[in-house]
Design a binder for this molecule. Structure first.
Ligand code: CAA
Length: 381
């Protein structure tokens, strides 16, 4: 059951998304133009600091409201949704949880208003699923840390105003030798590298970030020295609920598009939605989406109650991201030859959804996290 406030947020974002975000989604997929103007509006609507406490300029809403809003944005444009997700789930949440009072006062109002977009730099060319093997290093030099290294596949690497970056502060330690830093875009020594030419999510920039003797004030360390891996893992737990929400949004949009098409399209003298084969496909699609939605809610509710939600977030991410890839495939099939053209939005959805089983932890990584939890619980009982 959703509260009146949650339903109100959902309805407000639905209206905004279907009027404003949807209007340029197909065009931006072609031009790769970053929807900066939409993020300004989303900042005004309170969508860029949803779970940030009001004293820091945010909305102070719960995670359930947030996933409802994120799904609605993803319904119209998955590129806009991924930027919103990294910004809210990873960057704002990490600052709220691990930031000092000064860091929160300095950065959260700018992030909540969307003056700055947040980015998160963990991945490196040789360190994806295994982030402990990262090479980027931060060396203390008086009141600064000097950062050197390369980051890869950074969402909003070019358009981000504030980047949370992880770097090794102690080579001799494993994950406990990694620390996190808040780096402002434009800091000397931070270079935006090549931008990926991606198959989907084309209006969201994904870039390399190169750190060449980049001097970051010591007070910009997020959390304590050696806490960077824990901060990244905690952030990814929140992020994975966000990917589940994106998956649910795109899947719902694909189903709605397929239903509309099947009601309009006539073959063999009747609308194709009257054929049992099509009806059964639609029934299975709707059921799968609802199952993913409930897993998404259950992870969000556990987080809101202050319970441990790592396992639930991974389950929601695993199931929802694999679900949406089945749904967009079926929705495209239902459109026949037209689904293979850019005249119908399902072609874009098919490409956008492909990365959902990869970023913020592949399906294989989610299976590791889930099985670790299941097996540990069995040992405890
Ligand atoms: N929350 C808090 N702490 C956690 C944690 C969590 N969810 N998971 C692990 N930790 C802690 C452990 O407790 C342990 O700490 P202690 O030693 O103090 O007990 C420490 O982290 C190390 O744990 P592990 O030994 O289990 O770590 P590991 O090296 O074996 O890795 C992993 C575990 C789950 C495989 C992890 O590496 C992982 O999630 N990998 C995937 C990385 C990933 O998702 N990358 C995506 C990039 S970001 C992205 O895509 C963003 C974007 O822009 C869209």
């Amino acid at each position: 059951m959703l509260t009146d406030e949650q339903l109100m947020i959902q309805s407000m974002v639905r209206e905004f998304s279907r009027k404003v975000v949807a209007a340029t989604a197909a065009e931006r997929d072609q031009t790769k133009e970053f929807p900066a103007d939409n993020f300004k509006k989303m900042g005004e609507l309170g969508l860029m600091g949803m779970m940030v406490p009001t004293e820091y300029g945010g909305e102070g809403t719960d995670t359930v409201s947030y996933v409802l809003a994120l799904s609605e944005i993803a319904y119209s444009c998955a590129s806009t949704a991924v930027v919103m997700s990294v910004h809210n789930s990873i960057v704002c949440e990490s600052l709220v949880k691990f930031g000092t009072e000064e860091q929160k006062k300095k950065y959260l109002p700018r992030l909540s208003s969307a003056e700055w977009i947040g980015a998160f730099a963990l991945t490196e060319p040789q360190a994806g699923s295994d982030p402990v093997s990262q090479m980027t290093a931060a060396e203390r030099d008086g009141k600064y840390y000097v950062i050197n290294g390369n980051k890869r596949f950074i969402t909003s690497g070019k358009n981000g105003g504030l980047i949370i970056i992880t770097a090794k502060t102690d080579e001799s330690e494993r994950h406990k030798g990694i620390s996190a830093f808040l780096v402002e875009n434009g800091t000397p020594g931070l270079i935006v590298g090549r931008e990926e030419d991606k198959m989907g999510l084309r209006a969201s920039d994904t870039t390399d970030l190169i750190f060449e003797n980049c001097r970051v004030p010591a007070e910009n360390m997020l959390g304590k020295e050696g806490e960077g891996f824990k901060i990244a893992m905690t952030a990814l737990d929140c992020g994975r609920i966000g990917i589940a929400a994106q998956s649910v949004g795109v899947a719902q949009a694909a189903l709605d598009a397929a239903v509309k098409y099947s009601k309009d399209r006539e073959q063999f003298g009747q609308n194709i939605c009257k054929f049992q084969g099509i009806r059964w496909t639609i029934a299975e699609m709707a059921t799968e989406i609802e199952a993913a939605r409930q897993l998404m809610f259950s992870a969000a509710r556990m987080k809101d109650k202050g319970e441990k939600f790592t396992q639930q977030a991974s389950m929601a991410k695993l199931f929802a991201s694999e679900m949406v890839n089945r749904i967009v495939g079926k929705a495209l099939q239902l459109h026949g030859g037209y689904g293979f053209t850019k005249d119908y939005p399902v072609e874009r959805m098919y490409r956008d959804a492909r990365v959902f089983t990869i970023y913020e932890g592949t399906s294989e990584i989610q299976r590791i996290v889930i099985s670790d939890h299941v097996i540990k619980d069995k040992r405890q009982s």
